[in-house]
Design a protein around this ligand. Sequence first.
Ligand code: SF4
Ligand code: SF4
Length: 263
Amino acid sequence: MDLRREEIDRGINAMQALQRLVPEGGLKNRDRVREEMDELISPEFEPYFSANAALHLLVACERCGRCCLEEKGIAVSIDDCRRIARHLGLSLKKFMMEYTRPHDLLGELVGSARMLGKKEGEPCPFFDSSLPGCRIYSVKPQVCTAALYLSKMNLLTCEEQQKIGTFPICSADEKLRARIADYSLRLDEDAEAKSELEGLFASNGPEVELFRLLLRLKGMEIYFGPERAERLARRLGLARVPEDEVLKEAGFLYAATINLLRE
Ligand code: SF4
Ligand code: SF4
């Protein structure tokens, strides 16, 4: 069996295995949950949003520190502040006074979010070059968890350009792109495998529909944080948001097939 066939079979098997997560009697409140997701991220941004989620699952930040040094500002939600304050053994108030400042944007959209006290051109206060990287890594802000992809993406730009932009000078991003480009190239040489995959992801088969829903849910977790995604998962009748591992195999095929990365 060649490598392409093996990968395709693994992805399809992984997608079918997702059915095991569905409670007896099927998912609940599907339409209501979809509506709620639509309110959070408009469906017009699909497939970019879900493809970004798939890419996020497939790549691991290499903690080179570039983001921690070069990002203009790091936004933190109130959940982030609580988590980090607890980790540092500080009261929420003390943490906010010592480590945060008001958000750069004003208005309702920002809500209770604030910014870490990082000035442009200076490293994040939690960056420690000797570690390497972040000294609050296990509890870092959601926006840092979502880097590479979701926090860096601009869905409007994705939609205009019909592709997901490169995250420049990021070694992790470069490696993932090379892996996907290599697979896409090999798919181009195998018309049968390519059309099987394209047909699969264009279909409304129950396993593909479930995969897409769970991938979108994963995107919600990456982008909006675990608390919100857990609530959506429970509403669907799922025990929890699926682990990254169970979505990775099919996520790779999805990313390679829809090919929004091509220049
Ligand atoms: S996302 Fe990329 S550039 Fe940023 S710290 Fe991680 S490896 Fe470095
Ligand atoms: S909180 Fe950690 S991961 Fe986020 S920018 Fe600061 S040092 Fe980097």
